[in-house]
Design a protein around this ligand. Structure first.
Ligand code: SF4
Ligand code: SF4
Length: 103
């Protein structure tokens, strides 16, 4: 960072700037969720919570579409519906179908 000009620094996408970063998105199937809470513990972005013993995304959503919650859910109650995307200085290279990177 020390060698970057201030204008270059301003181009670096900021995690909480929606104009530069688009969060990933998952969906829960409430009928399959048994409220075990494993996805809450597994999520590195800390963006899942239990509400009335059902998993829900925390607002604002900070999901980075890593797939950890999907991998750990024994009842297959979670589906990845949107990838994490960068804009501005970076571009997303993988434009293919959604897949689980950490399985
Ligand atoms: S891991 Fe699956 S079953 Fe357990 S709380 Fe999360 S979504 Fe529900
Ligand atoms: S895909 Fe990763 S970041 Fe997104 S909710 Fe699941 S564990 Fe958290």
């Amino acid at each position: 960072m020390g060698n970057l000009s201030s204008s270059d620094r301003n181009k670096i996408p900021k995690y909480d700037d929606p104009s530069q970063i688009e969060s990933g998105l998952i969906q829960f199937n409430d009928a399959k969720c048994n409220g075990c809470g494993l996805c809450v513990k597994a999520c590195p972005a800390d963006t899942i919570k239990l509400v009335d013993k059902k998993a829900k995304l925390v607002e604002p959503v900070d999901c980075m579409a890593c797939g950890d919650c999907i991998s750990i859910c024994a009842t297959n109650a979670i589906t990845l519906v949107k990838s994490y995307r960068y804009s501005g200085m970076y571009k997303t290279i993988d434009e293919g179908d959604l897949s689980l990177p950490r399985l």
